[in-house]
Design a protein around this ligand. Sequence first.
Ligand code: SF4
Length: 245
Amino acid sequence: MTDLRTIPVVAAGEERPSGGQGNLLARVFDELTAFCRSRSLFMLHYCTGCGAVELPPAMTSRFDMERLGIQPMVTPRQADILLVTGYVSTKTLKRIILTYEQMNSPKYVIGICSCTVNGGMYWQSYATAKKLNDYLPVDMYIAGCMPRPEAVISGLRELIANIRAGRSDYWRDYYRRYDHYLGNQQRLFGENWQTPTDVIAEARHYGLFGPETLGEHTALLEQHQTPLQPFEMRLGLKQDKGSSS
Ligand code: SF4
């Protein structure tokens, strides 16, 4: 009987061994995993703009997103898809990045509405981010002002097909080119910008640490990074205790 530990498992997006070395059982297992992953997606919908009004019909009985295996999820820790549904203000973008970094990999980002593609009608606004993929890797855009539920469902179907075929692995880019994304974030939010997530350690964990993970922007982050504060300090409880004693 084959020892399962000797079977090479190929992750989605990685190349399979060539020259007939691919193991049939491993291939079947990979394809089953990709199928299950593509058909059981939890979606965190971050309703930033007007495009969000197209989600209720996409989710409910007429278009019924759940028949595709996609279900809304309220926490990033269990979500697979981050759906950004319209223009993104600078303030909101900070929360979107925090949310994205809390999601487990593999994770997928969909930008709905023209505003996520190029700023849309807010392209001249000082207060909005123009291209979502400058700050996060985006797997798919569903353009339109606003796109109809049919377009949303069609985009989700395409994402499912991409995940099943191992083509949707943009999340790896965030680790491989973290310095690039961090640089764009710093330009928008200022050089003090930081998040509680240790993205560099995660890049090492996933084996995605590369020559573009570190750079001048991660060096700047190192200078400004402050250790996480305990919960009670953030709530100001420490000062209250001190003043009452
Ligand atoms: S593309 Fe149109 S509908 Fe969508 S967020 Fe922008 S203005 Fe609103």
